[in-house]
Design a protein around this ligand. Sequence first.
Ligand SMILES: Cc1cc2nc3c(=O)[nH]c(=O)nc-3n(C[C@H](O)[C@H](O)[C@H](O)COP(=O)(O)OP(=O)(O)OC[C@H]3O[C@@H](n4cnc5c(N)ncnc54)[C@H](O)[C@@H]3O)c2cc1C
Ligand SMILES: *[C@@H]1O[C@H](CO)[C@@H](O)[C@H](O)[C@H]1NC(C)=O
Ligand SMILES: *[C@@H]1O[C@H](CO)[C@@H](O)[C@H](O)[C@H]1NC(C)=O
Ligand SMILES: *[C@@H]1O[C@H](CO)[C@@H](O)[C@H](O)[C@H]1NC(C)=O
Ligand SMILES: *[C@@H]1O[C@H](CO)[C@@H](O)[C@H](O)[C@H]1NC(C)=O
Ligand SMILES: *[C@@H]1O[C@H](CO)[C@@H](O)[C@H](O)[C@H]1NC(C)=O
Ligand SMILES: *[C@@H]1O[C@H](CO)[C@@H](O)[C@H](O)[C@H]1NC(C)=O
Ligand SMILES: *[C@@H]1O[C@H](CO)[C@@H](O)[C@H](O)[C@H]1NC(C)=O
Ligand SMILES: *[C@@H]1O[C@H](CO)[C@@H](O)[C@H](O)[C@H]1NC(C)=O
Ligand SMILES: *[C@@H]1O[C@H](CO)[C@@H](O)[C@H](O)[C@H]1NC(C)=O
Ligand SMILES: *[C@@H]1O[C@H](CO)[C@@H](O)[C@H](O)[C@H]1NC(C)=O
Length: 669
Amino acid sequence: MAPSLRVAALAAAAALAPLASAQSLTVDNTTIPATTDTVAPAAANVSTSSSNSTVDLFSSEAVQLTDSVLTNLTALNLSSIDMFTFDDASTASKRSSKCKRSTQCKVMPGNLLYPISLVWDVFGLLLGPGALIKTVPLASPCYTNWNNENTATCAFLTNNWSNDSYIHADDPTSVMWPLYQGATCMPTDEPSNQCTLGGYPSYAVSVSNIAQIQLAVNFARNANLRLVVKNTGHDFNGKSAGAGALSIWTHNLKQIQYYSSLTLNGYTGPAMKLGAGVQAFEMYEAANQYGVTVVGGEGKTVGVMGGYILGGGHSPLSSLYGMAADQVLSMEVVLPNGQFVTASSTSNPDLFWALRGGGGSTFGVVTSVTVKAYPKMQVSVSTFNFVSGGNITADLFWEGIAAYMKYLPTFTDAGTYSYFDIIQIATDTYYFAMAPFFAPKLSQAQLEALIAPLLSDLSALGIPVNALSYWNYDNFYDAWNLHFPLESVGVTTLKTASRLFPRANFEPATGNATLFNETIAAIRYTVEAGSTVLAFNIAANPAGGYPDNAVNPAWRNTVLHAIQAISWDAGSDTATIAAACLKLTNDWQAAWRATCPDAGAYMSEGDILEPNFQQSFYGTANYARLYAYKQQVDPWGLFYAPTGVGSEDWYITGQVTGLPTQNGQLCHV
Ligand SMILES: Cc1cc2nc3c(=O)[nH]c(=O)nc-3n(C[C@H](O)[C@H](O)[C@H](O)COP(=O)(O)OP(=O)(O)OC[C@H]3O[C@@H](n4cnc5c(N)ncnc54)[C@H](O)[C@@H]3O)c2cc1C
Ligand SMILES: *[C@@H]1O[C@H](CO)[C@@H](O)[C@H](O)[C@H]1NC(C)=O
Ligand SMILES: *[C@@H]1O[C@H](CO)[C@@H](O)[C@H](O)[C@H]1NC(C)=O
Ligand SMILES: *[C@@H]1O[C@H](CO)[C@@H](O)[C@H](O)[C@H]1NC(C)=O
Ligand SMILES: *[C@@H]1O[C@H](CO)[C@@H](O)[C@H](O)[C@H]1NC(C)=O
Ligand SMILES: *[C@@H]1O[C@H](CO)[C@@H](O)[C@H](O)[C@H]1NC(C)=O
Ligand SMILES: *[C@@H]1O[C@H](CO)[C@@H](O)[C@H](O)[C@H]1NC(C)=O
Ligand SMILES: *[C@@H]1O[C@H](CO)[C@@H](O)[C@H](O)[C@H]1NC(C)=O
Ligand SMILES: *[C@@H]1O[C@H](CO)[C@@H](O)[C@H](O)[C@H]1NC(C)=O
Ligand SMILES: *[C@@H]1O[C@H](CO)[C@@H](O)[C@H](O)[C@H]1NC(C)=O
Ligand SMILES: *[C@@H]1O[C@H](CO)[C@@H](O)[C@H](O)[C@H]1NC(C)=O
């Protein structure tokens, strides 16, 4: 029998009375006022040694909601709902198979069953001071209707909205791709417009310990609230938005522990344990300080141990070492039933398999991850570009692109990673920029030798290469820090989609030259139609092998992860935007897909409209296993993310075809 916590108001009029005097809790038959001193946080400090792992828990992870804490917090009755207690997945799945969920929706503010404000106050008390944040949209100071208008703040936000991803990562609910929260409350110079909550969650919990995550998970599950997890808000499809939701904001889980030699589940070597809120720049700084290298993403403010690693996570080091998810030794997780567990090859191995590539906000909330670290390494870097125009015709430009792309397998075989873009800069004028060619473990001479045949081919074609430069660094951090710019985000005038093109598409000499030509032609088709291509020459099939996990198998065959974007004029109406989005999916992406129908795409930089996303983002066999596991661990359907495992069982009300957003009610199909 689950212990219960019944929170009650002493007086019938309590809901109207001031907070501290209105609420009380009865502990061991003694009634005490419910204040931040007495009940916050509702947590026990357990031992930092985890039962199933040799890695110590962080101090934040030792603060947990336990059965004995719940038993202790016996209070008078506010309602009969045991709102903060744990549940049991095996009995829940029996219950839900008995009574069919038919068209059940998550409750929204305004719905009869939505928790009254007193319950939110009690939730806030249990969480501890300052943890429960009622959403105030980031750009609300640009509007009068939030009573917080501030012209200086608004000017700052207006000017920095798209070039300063820190401001979104540091906000409890802002997402970096606002199209998916419904583009509500954007910075404006018309303060009389309405700033609405749109697809933003109603409340966020700024978590600093495990107990707070457990309380939020239990509350959302027991009260049938929509639950969202936000780390940085980087996800290309705005997966950390959700109208009316309660959000768990992991940003402040920043602890980092370095192990010079860790022995864990068959691995012995350097390792790092990182909190779920650590961002790439923080991890790389720490690794550099300890004289090691750790696999993470390219973007500076992207999270590492949240959506990034749960979705697979590609890295400038992937051609050498594989995906970020391949580096994981163990994870600490709050499950949908509220319990805190370790996931590793020896503790909850099914969960461990699913979390490494099966996607964020699906199987629970990850609180920390322990990953392998590698020795310090030199890195060489190059940048260059070429352009059409003058004596370089468009046809010749595309021969230059083909000349480059036939080396994609050679370059990843050498362990390198490149980030390049191809854009139309004027009618029938095209630009290719290598920015940068990133070569871990190679000396500058080795990198020059690797690129030399490409430069010679371009020269033979008569294509001048501009601004060719080389650098060499004795460590990863400096190379990464100096050659990847702060990312641009926050725009509502473009939409992206992507494809993991297989190696077999780029082997004209030893493989299929027709297929190679068709692939170049497909990319040319979309760039000529106006697409901006940002692409990575990357592989995830390292010489040292990789573990069995849920990473999309399409990653293991790829040498090109290409993203393309369609854009429209600022101020375009919804119909125009939706039509552009559909064109991207059904025309431009169709051209790319036709060259590799059995391949896939990267879920974390994918198309929210991706056809057959189950096959594309997960692989058919992995998806079946992930879906079955999802039913087992989350029979309540507590965790949801668009295109996440099991998301086909849900829909959001009030959608425009072609432009799905999180601004609507989440309902079971
Ligand atoms: C500018 C830019 C650069 C990028 N560079 C790279 C790159 O180099 N390599 C790469 O692979 N990807 C890259 N990405 C994509 C990135 O991996 C995804 O955006 C990823 O979803 C970010 O994860 P996050 O936790 O930071 O973001 P969020 O948007 O906050 O979260 C993403 C998803 O994960 C869930 N989630 C977050 N934290 C947790 C948690 N602790 N437990 C459970 N679920 C959680 C969220 O609910 C959401 O569904 C980049 C994105 C951008 C915008
Ligand atoms: C609380 O009171 C109940 C009934 O009055 C009693 O049965 C119980 O033993 C008491 N508990 C404690 C811890 O004193
Ligand atoms: C847990 O222990 C830490 C360190 O001893 C302390 O700072 C913190 O307040 C404790 N938290 C709780 C909920 O007891
Ligand atoms: C339960 O309450 C008692 C007295 O109020 C306290 O001493 C004890 O530490 C509490 N136990 C837990 C697990 O919080
Ligand atoms: C608790 O609920 C019961 C049954 O609904 C009611 O009779 C009782 O008065 C309530 N107690 C308080 C203190 O509100
Ligand atoms: C934009 O942010 C920078 C710091 O990142 C700040 O110096 C600058 O003043 C901001 N712009 C405006 C217009 O406020
Ligand atoms: C963003 O642009 C503004 C001017 O528009 C500038 O003041 C600011 O420094 C830039 N911020 C960053 C982080 O580059
Ligand atoms: C310990 O491992 C067992 C076996 O995998 C698992 O059932 C249990 O949940 C684990 N406990 C924790 C706290 O992770
Ligand atoms: C174009 O002009 C440049 C500079 O004069 C020259 O180096 C190059 O070979 C020419 N290419 C072709 C295809 O004519
Ligand atoms: C591929 O394209 C090149 C350059 O346009 C051409 O020379 C070659 O014949 C084509 N190969 C095939 C098999 O179509
Ligand atoms: C080469 O690719 C083309 C185009 O996809 C395809 O029609 C053909 O069957 C392939 N040839 C071989 C030998 O696989």
